[in-house]
Design a protein around this ligand. Structure first.
Ligand SMILES: Cc1cc2nc3c(=O)[nH]c(=O)nc-3n(C[C@H](O)[C@H](O)[C@H](O)COP(=O)(O)OP(=O)(O)OC[C@H]3O[C@@H](n4cnc5c(N)ncnc54)[C@H](O)[C@@H]3O)c2cc1C
Length: 495
């Protein structure tokens, strides 16, 4: 039986392990951390259970496909609730907008912001739907040569949707220059670590996936999915070894022969799949002489996604007026994003994402308590001189000031448990290059589809990649698709 070693037990590593085990491979997963999950992780403390990374699931069909591929039905194993509205958006001037998936409700909401905008909303959704349908052709496939990218008909049709234009400017035109609506329908590119001011209009396909296809919450939180994957792996004989950092991928005569762990132990393998950050894998795990296609210089010149500051709060009070998910947009949104992406500095007025999962699932906290998760996008560590030791307490204070305005003026008196997480933690815990949060390589045109590093190493036989660093890219559904693409490749080449 051929032996596959997977480096990293992130969502992509675990999904690939199960798919390949189902195809009859012997599979060993080696994870550096004590707990699997990677960026999709959890803290369980003081009666609170908080997802530390992703909090909601879009494109549920990608998860359904992964379970079907191994003979399971995700809906028989996990319980999902659709979150609607997807988000409450709080603006700096004390107004808010609920971003519903229900189109009639959404139309009513946008009309409250500007009379007559419902019609423009439907035009925008229609255009985003076309981008989604055409864009999936570039998401859902392996690439071998440049011509694989050039499906001329799909490419032409995509151009007709003006997908190559600037995202923020295009959304602004749809909404007649209305600032609040433009923010509400363009921020989604941030989930790929990309500023809407720099992203391609193509990425309004994420807005479509969120708003029109719906947003789902699994009972127990996102980590319930990781736990279920681990249970399946255990039942099916996938070996998962935690506290097992890989130090080197062993290569002989251009072919992978195994890995060497930090402990010095060598594990033989017929093929190795790295779920660790792709640029990290190349620079830290493969000696320079084996990777002429990816020298350090090329990896250094790539564009890296943004990071984030996270604050998790346990509160001894319930707030029945809150939504499960919310966003706060600071007044000078452009300055905030320029600080993150251009100046590589901490924004003066951070915008943030807030998740309050106890609204849907009170079991995540002690009775009559609330769990609050705050994520403020931040610059990554590349060319940034932010001193995180000093910055974290300041950011904490700023975020709590905002919570006093939008949730409860006395909220600070009710904090009974808290933790925070900075870009330095991403770097240290997950070997995230430059401490990026959502994924390592940003998703501009020249780092997407064919142009994103491929899931098969160019000059090393038997080495593959899965997860956010390769195509299709960042985010859990993309990582699920990535696990299918690499599995298809391995089966084609090894079975
Ligand atoms: C705060 C935050 C919020 C997010 N929100 C969402 C969301 O709401 N929806 C969504 O879809 N996505 C979201 N994402 C993105 C999503 O979590 C990631 O894109 C996805 O989980 C990445 O999975 P992955 O399998 O590619 O790898 P990772 O999660 O990066 O896992 C890689 C694993 O490799 C391990 N590893 C690294 N080096 C070694 C080594 N040398 N030896 C052994 N193991 C090693 C790491 O420890 C890690 O466990 C969010 C991410 C974050 C951080």
């Amino acid at each position: 039986m051929q032996h596959v070693v997977i480096i990293g037990a992130g969502m992509g590593g675990l999904a690939t392990a199960l798919r390949l085990r189902h195809q009859g491979f012997r599979v060993t997963v080696l994870e550096k951390q004590p707990r699997p999950g990677g960026r999709s992780n959890v803290i369980t403390e003081a009666g609170f259970r908080v997802d530390t990374g992703p909090t909601i699931l879009v494109m549920k069909s990608a998860f359904e496909e992964m379970y079907r591929a191994i003979g399971e039905d995700i809906d028989q194993r996990l319980t999902f609730t659709q979150i609607d509205p997807n988000y409450r958006i709080y603006y700096h001037d004390d107004t808010h907008l609920d971003l519903y998936s229900n189109m009639a409700e959404l139309a009513r909401e946008v009309e409250k912001i500007e009379t007559g905008s419902a019609e423009r909303l439907f035009e925008f959704i229609g255009a985003a739907a076309r981008k989604y349908a055409l864009g999936m052709d570039f998401v859902d496939r392996n690439f071998n040569k440049l011509t694989d990218l050039a499906n001329p008909v799909a490419g032409l049709r995509l151009l007709q949707t003006s997908a190559h234009q600037n995202l923020y400017r295009q959304v602004r035109r749809f909404f007649n220059g209305n600032d609040k609506l433009t923010k509400a329908f363009s921020f989604h590119s941030m989930f790929l670590g990309l500023s809407p001011f720099e992203a391609l209009a193509m990425y309004s396909l994420i807005t479509y996936a969120d708003v029109a296809l719906g947003m789902w919450y699994p009972e127990g939180g996102i980590y319930a999915i990781i736990e279920d994957l681990l249970q399946l792996a255990n039942e099916r004989g996938v070996e998962i070894r935690t506290n097992s950092p890989v130090d080197e991928i062993l290569i002989e005569q251009g072919r992978v022969v195994g890995v060497r762990l930090g402990s010095g132990e060598q594990v033989q393998a017929d093929l190795v799949i790295s779920n660790a950050d792709l640029p990290y894998t190349y620079t830290h795990l493969i000696k320079g002489q084996h990777r002429k296609h990816y020298p350090d210089r090329r990896l250094e010149q790539m564009d890296y996604a943004c990071s984030g500051y996270l604050l998790y709060l346990g509160i001894d009070k319930r707030y029945d007026h809150l939504r499960h998910q919310a966003l706060y947009f600071s007044e000078d949104y452009k300055a905030t994003l320029d600080d993150i992406f251009v100046n590589k500095a901490i924004p003066e007025q951070p915008s943030f994402h807030m998740s309050i999962p106890t609204v849907t699932d009170p079991s995540l906290a002690p009775p009559a308590h609330t769990l609050i998760y705050l994520l403020a996008p931040m610059p990554n560590l590349d060319n940034s001189d932010v001193d995180w030791e000093a910055a974290a307490p300041r950011l904490r204070a700023q975020l709590l000031d905002q919570l006093e305005c939008i949730i409860d003026p006395d909220i600070q008196e009710h904090i009974v448990w808290e933790r925070d997480y900075t870009p330095l933690d991403f770097q240290q815990d997950y070997n995230a290059v430059h401490g990026t949060a959502f994924g390592s390589l940003s998703q501009g045109f020249f780092q997407s589809a064919y142009f994103r590093p491929h899931n098969k190493a160019h000059d090393i036989n038997g080495l593959y990649f899965v997860g956010q660093g390769t195509y299709p890219g960042i985010g859990m559904p993309m990582v699920m698709i990535s696990s299918r693409l690499v599995t298809e490749r391995v089966i084609e080449e090894w079975c």
